[in-house]
Design a protein around this ligand. Structure first.
Ligand SMILES: [Fe+2]
Length: 312
């Protein structure tokens, strides 16, 4: 179709895409073109702004490596990851859900760890944490043999894939739920951490006067045939940036009370000072068991520069 003018251009593009065989691909691409053209008209995007936008997208790709995923980080920073999560879980957003965004730091093949075992694989500062999780179906019945991946940042605010000083797979572990649908592990109480700001995500946050911190949390990915695979995060209720999470992940259903214990015997005899415990029930919906594409697959050779936490 010959392009007559800017308004008719959209119809010309949609018309040419009419040969798309797959109906779902057709639906998605036609809607994408209509919204994208509509957005450009609405903000009257200039040529200089278009040029900057293309550089922005190019940099997302350039910065994404086996140890860092800038595209996932951007999806979170725009609220898109959480929108996708809430649209596809919890009865398409009508009910609370254990699901939460995957984030950019899940690695496949976490070390299989016995129930109750530690996920500390190198010296890691922090208050000892004893965690117990239970996985149930929507009727509250325990799900036996669910595969649970756990991962968290160290208390200096780095995942092991970002930090050459941590052991391979430190603060990561894979568990299977027992006959009661439960699993347990030992770790340290998580801390909030800064997301990297050396690329487009940093530029976005700076332009919007947003800090780059996430509230303290532990991640879980739960996989069992017959149920919809979920990723989850449990956010510490005492964290000062719950309301301003740089990745927009905090939902009320996933704010967790880490219980402090002082002067009480810990579940492990080597712990003599204060410790914390956390118990949580994860609920799976019926659906497809499908693992996501791992955002990262290896450790970085250089640690990112440290930045100060925001003042709440
Ligand atoms: Fe995280």
């Amino acid at each position: 179709m010959i392009v007559e003018n800017q308004m008719q251009l959209t119809e010309a593009v949609v018309h040419e895409m009419g040969r798309t065989q797959d109906p779902r691909v057709h639906e998605i691409l036609e809607s994408l073109v209509r919204h994208l053209h509509g957005f450009i008209r609405e903000v009257r995007l200039s040529e200089a702004e278009f040029d900057a936008a293309l550089r922005f997208v190019t940099d997302l790709g350039k910065l994404t490596t086996e140890s860092h995923n800038e595209t996932r980080l951007m999806a979170g920073s725009l609220g898109v990851s959480t929108l996708i999560c809430l649209l596809n879980n919890g009865k398409t957003g009508a009910a609370d859900t254990s699901a939460n965004l995957l984030g950019p730091f899940w690695r496949k093949d976490s070390p299989l760890t016995p129930n109750g075992g530690s996920i500390l694989r190198s010296q890691t500062e922090g208050t000892p944490l004893f965690f117990k999780g239970t996985v149930t179906d929507e009727a509250g019945q325990p799900i036996v043999g669910a595969e649970v991946d756990i991962w968290q940042a160290s208390t200096i605010g780095l995942y092991e894939n970002q930090d050459p000083e941590q052991a391979e797979m430190n603060l990561r572990g894979k568990f299977f739920t027992d006959e009661a649908g439960s699993f347990a592990f030992r770790s340290v109480k998580p801390s909030g951490y800064p997301i990297p700001t050396n690329g487009p995500v940093g530029a976005l946050l700076a332009a919007q006067n947003r800090h780059n911190f996430r509230p303290a949390h532990i991640h879980a990915l739960i996989y069992k045939q017959g149920f919809k695979t979920i990723t989850s995060q449990l956010y510490s209720s005492d964290d000062p940036v719950l309301e301003t999470d740089a990745q927009f992940g905090v939902t009320r259903a996933l704010i967790a009370d880490y219980v402090e214990h002082k002067g009480e015997p810990a579940p492990a005899s080597d712990v003599t000072g204060p410790w914390v415990s956390l118990a949580h029930v994860f609920v799976l919906e019926p659906g497809e068991a499908r693992l996501p594409t791992p955002p990262v697959s290896a450790k970085a050779t250089l640690a990112p520069q440290r930045v100060a936490a925001p003042v709440a």
